[in-house]
Design a protein around this ligand. Structure first.
Ligand code: HEM
Length: 502
């Protein structure tokens, strides 16, 4: 048997070794941090960024960036301390996303930040892994029947859950307030799970607690995005190594997501799958690696859930402030669908040109993905003559682009669906001026599905309910929480009343 003294020395040696290894790792991170291209910059923009003095005048960082970019002759700015070039110049955007696509991958920095959560899912990879997932997803999302498949799923969710939920609170004095953002997050979670995996998490059944999956998914998404806000990756990497604070919470949330994603795979196997059933079945027909399948599940949830919830939230916020647009949408719906008649087909949705324009206009001002960054592989020069050093982060900024006079004219800040119509028919703008769905090689694959979902919800709710903002404070500019997609801080509390006739 070991003596207590030798046990003590053994224990002391082991802890000493552990501390020594941690000190080496720490030293490595500190050196890496000190060797960053620029730690300090005296320029006014960087000073305002470091001191957060911009927040005295602007509600959100994206509003400050939009202001700076509007005042820049090239429509491009640089935040030197972040090593970030931010542009709203459509020629630059086309160059990054199409012309020199190969020089501007997602890059290692972000794939590391999001890696624990997204793994090797489509949003977090470049090269062959990306090409394979894109091809597979395109086979499913590019099918002609996909729109009507999505329409059936969405209609079921609207008729059996969304409308009954709103009716149950409509007109009630005390509990008639609903957080629409929360409702849309639950709604879109159900829809994307049914659409992509053929399974129903029933998040919108308010009698059931929000599924553990959805809660952990939200937390993991938010905490992963917050990593990008730390002054240096060293901060979150040390916290992750020590498993403390937000990193401890993130690890736990990801563990729950992993367990539940595996459960999704198990259920799908149990129910049986064939290639033309849903996205997950298509991938499962080819891939056996459970971790890779888990990554694919997480990316598709992120793609089709938060973007939809974000769009619907800002759309209903804008309509509450623009009753004339709401009235025009209703008039068009009555003409196309018929007064007192229900929406019955995808084709009817295609005829709703004004609604289509109103949704595009809403996303122009409030894009769900406010900015997107790439990293330059080689030294380069953008079309506006901005020099890009190898390894620099280059960000295109749809939020700022929606506020540029030279793209949208002097009324660029006005919510005006008519700007998208020519002789009453929707006219698609150049995607590099409006990269809300990205553009070029990595353009969103779910745009058509998204539009079916957004239009169905809009038309179904506006024809049945009066929806008003619950609080006067919600009339001012929205404030956003940090996250991978735009989220209203404090949600969107609304008061709902039933209309007398459809
Ligand atoms: C209003 C709704 C939506 C918006 C604004 C939107 C926007 C975007 C954006 C900006 C990207 C590029 C993201 C990046 O590379 O980091 C993207 C990619 C993607 N989206 Fe969407 N999306 C929406 C809905 C959907 C839906 C409903 C689906 C699926 C059913 C979907 C599937 C995808 C996929 C698979 C990609 C990856 C494309 C690639 O990397 O090659 N999206 N989307």
């Amino acid at each position: 048997m070991e003596s207590p003294i030798s046990w003590f020395f053994e224990y002391f040696r082991a802890s000493y070794f552990l501390m020594f290894s941690m000190a080496i790792v720490l030293l490595f991170f500190i050196l890496k941090y000190l060797m960053r291209p620029r730690l300090w910059c005296e320029c006014a923009i960087c000073q305002a960024y470091i001191a957060s003095s911009w927040s005295a005048k602007f509600p959100n960082l994206c509003d400050w960036y939009a202001h700076l970019i509007r005042n820049s002759p090239s429509q491009t700015i640089q935040i030197h301390v972040l090593g970030n070039i931010i542009t709203a110049n459509p020629e630059n955007v086309e160059y990054i996303l199409k012309t020199r696509f190969d020089n501007y991958p997602k890059g290692k920095l972000f794939s590391t930040i999001l890696g624990d959560f997204l793994g090797r899912g489509i949003f977090n990879v470049d090269g062959d892994l990306w090409k394979f997932q894109r091809k597979m997803a395109n086979l499913e999302l590019g099918r002609i029947s996909t729109r009507s498949y999505a329409f059936d799923i969405v209609q079921y969710e609207i008729e059996t859950r969304l409308i009954p939920l709103l009716s149950s609170v409509a007109g009630k004095k005390d509990d008639g307030i609903l957080d629409f953002q929360d409702v849309f997050r639950r709604f879109s979670f159900d829809c994307i799970c049914r659409f992509s995996f053929g399974l129903d998490p029933k998040c919108l059944e308010l009698s059931l607690p929000l599924s553990e999956f959805a809660v952990s998914f939200d937390l993991a998404s938010r905490l992963s995005a917050e990593r990008a806000l730390t002054a240096s990756p060293i901060t979150w990497k040390i916290k992750r190594m020590l498993n403390v604070g937000s990193e401890k919470k993130l690890r736990k949330a990801i563990m729950i997501v992993n367990v539940l994603a595996k459960e999704v795979i198990k259920q799908r196997r149990k129910l049986g799958f064939s290639e033309d059933q849903d996205l997950l079945s298509r991938f499962m027909g080819i891939i056996n690696d459970e971790t890779y399948l888990r990554d694919i599940i997480v990316s598709f949830l992120l793609a089709g859930r938060d973007t939809i919830a974000s769009t619907l939230t800002s759309f209903f916020w804008l309509l509450a402030n623009h009753p004339e647009v709401e009235a025009a949408i209703k008039t068009e719906a009555d003409r196309v669908i018929g007064c007192n008649k229900e929406l019955t087909s995808c084709d009817q949705l295609s005829e709703l040109e004004y609604l289509h324009a109103a949704i595009f206009e809403s996303m122009r001002l409030y894009p769900p993905v406010q900015f997107d960054s790439k990293f330059s592989l080689e030294d380069d020069i953008l079309p506006d003559r901005t020099l890009v050093k190898k390894g620099t982060r280059v960000t295109y900024h749809p939020y700022a682009m929606g506020r540029m006079e030279n793209i949208w004219g002097s009324d660029c800040l006005v919510f005006k669906p008519e700007r998208w119509l020519r002789d009453g028919v929707f006219f698609q703008e150049n995607p590099f001026k409006y990269p809300v769905f990205q553009a070029g090689q990595r353009v969103c694959l779910g745009k058509d599905v998204a539009l079916v979902e957004l239009k169905s919800v809009a038309v179904s709710l506006l024809r049945r309910f009066h929806i008003n903002l619950a609080s006067e404070t919600h009339h001012s500019t929205p404030r956003f929480s940090p996250g991978l997609t735009a989220t209203f801080r404090g949600g969107l509390p609304v008061v709902v009343r039933e209309r007398e006739i459809l």
